[in-house]
Design a protein around this ligand. Structure first.
Ligand code: NAG
Ligand code: NAG
Ligand code: NAG
Length: 407
């Protein structure tokens, strides 16, 4: 395992301008930079970001990796990842005075640095295609990277989770394509992508829910058949390219599973209560905090955007596998899942990985899965071959996501 990469950028899909002074926001929790990045040359639409520089980098800064974090949804804000899952400071459980608290980390853990942003989405007239999403992200990213030549040359990784299992490959794929056409100093120094608990090749993934729940002991053989029927319907609709109905059919599978298992969330079969992500909304909707982060006045932060979700309804069941195949040949791909996720977890990822068209697949499947230890304790399991690494995170759920650093 490579050591914890000490730098992130977080891009937020949010509607939030330049920064004012902070007051209640603890100064050590302020991002190194934050604000808006335009997504194209003509519209006024932009992405909000926060950037956190590495606090204890293990290499000189020009060699310190830069990570971009993209949330899932579709349409959820990366501030969720920032303040709930993996940022250097996490929102405290409500209700209590909102002071950010440092995340729980083993004492020797390096504190990551990060970068993030806030954005305002473009008017959505047509369902956005992966290339549109990728072009917007690349435009915003180039704006960020052009701020300082030493930033552009740093090793760059695209990361994200869940529905970002679509955006991450799309961004990686189009960065590689564009790099071919650009002079070296204008390229984005992409070194790899990482997808956590991702939805990437849904037709294969939707077929695994019944097995996953059944072999976890949560449903009976009879109920397994019911869930399989619903899954088959989703797959049939994908084969017919009836995308919108296929998305609805997958939602039916998930709702059925929630109903018969009674689980608080499919993201983590251990949880007794849903994730309390509303604490992030409480945080983000305080004007002082918005000012500290440089968010535009008069905007209300929402965890996930209905508009984006609706616009991408037809995209949900479409595959991004071909883009991963291209990245794995030319760069590196890390797929990681929390072992307790029943939604886009290990079983689901295993299913689509095996369908990859990649000459290294056979070698990958032949590899042993080895034990990954942190401070002598089993932290998970790792299997890797050439450009592909698969990590199963022990003790984590779908929000490995919160699940890794927090109970
Ligand atoms: C962008 O914003 C400026 C100033 O608010 C406005 O004059 C202009 O019409 C806007 N452009 C678009 C394409 O919305
Ligand atoms: C898509 O599937 C739905 C649900 O089965 C059906 O009602 C609809 O007619 C289908 N649309 C097309 C274009 O086949
Ligand atoms: C599942 O759905 C049925 C029928 O709508 C309902 O009666 C039952 O309470 C639901 N079970 C759970 C655990 O939500």
């Amino acid at each position: 395992m490579t050591p914890l990469i000490p730098l992130f950028i977080i891009l937020l899909l949010l509607l939030f301008s330049p920064r004012i002074q902070s007051s209640s926001f603890p100064s050590q929790a302020l991002p190194t930079r934050s604000g808006y990045l335009p997504i194209d040359p003509t519209s006024n639409s932009s992405l909000f970001f926060t950037f956190y520089e590495a606090q204890t980098p293990t290499s000189p800064l020009p060699q310190t990796p830069l990570l971009l974090w993209l949330q899932g949804g579709p349409g959820c804000s990366s501030m969720l990842g920032n303040f709930f899952e993996l940022g250097p400071f996490l929102a405290p459980p409500s209700p209590q005075p909102l002071l950010l608290e440092p995340p729980l980390r083993p004492p020797n853990h390096r504190q990551p640095h990060r970068a993030t942003g806030f954005a305002s989405p473009p008017p959505l007239r047509h369902p956005p295609q992966p290339i549109t999403v990728a072009n917007h992200l690349i435009f915003a990213l180039n704006n960020f990277l052009s701020s300082d030549p030493s930033i552009r040359s740093r090793p760059f990784y695209v990361t994200g989770e869940s529905y970002a299992g679509k955006y991450v490959p799309a961004l990686g794929y189009y960065i590689l394509k564009r790099n071919e056409l650009l002079a070296a100093k204008k390229r984005i120094n992409l070194q790899g992508v990482a997808i956590g608990n991702g939805l990437t090749h849904p037709a294969a993934q939707v077929a695994t829910h019944a097995d996953s729940a059944y072999f976890s002991g949560l449903i009976s053989e009879r109920q397994k058949k019911d869930v399989e029927e619903l899954q088959d319907e989703a797959i049939r609709l994908v084969n017919e390219r009836n995308w919108s109905a296929a998305t609805d059919a997958r939602n039916k599978v998930l709702r059925k599973l929630e109903n018969i298992t009674g689980l608080a969330t499919l993201y983590d079969l251990r949880r007794k209560k849903p994730y309390q992500t509303e604490i992030v909304a409480t945080l983000m909707n305080q004007r002082e905090i918005q000012e500290a982060l440089g968010a535009k006045e008069g905007l209300r932060w929402e965890e996930c955007s209905e508009t984006v979700s609706e616009a991408l309804h037809e995209d949900v069941m479409k595959s991004a596998k071909f883009m991963v195949e291209e990245i794995v040949k030319r760069s590196r791909v890390l797929l990681y899942q929390g072992v307790f996720d029943l939604r886009d977890g290990v079983v689901s990822t295993e299913a689509w990985m095996k369908e990859m068209e990649w000459e290294g697949l056979e070698g990958f499947l032949e590899e042993e899965r080895s034990v990954w230890r942190v401070d002598g304790e089993v932290a998970g399991h790792v299997q890797g071959w050439r450009g592909l690494t698969h990590v199963v995170v022990g003790g984590g759920g779908g929000r490995t996501r919160g699940g890794v650093h927090r109970p």
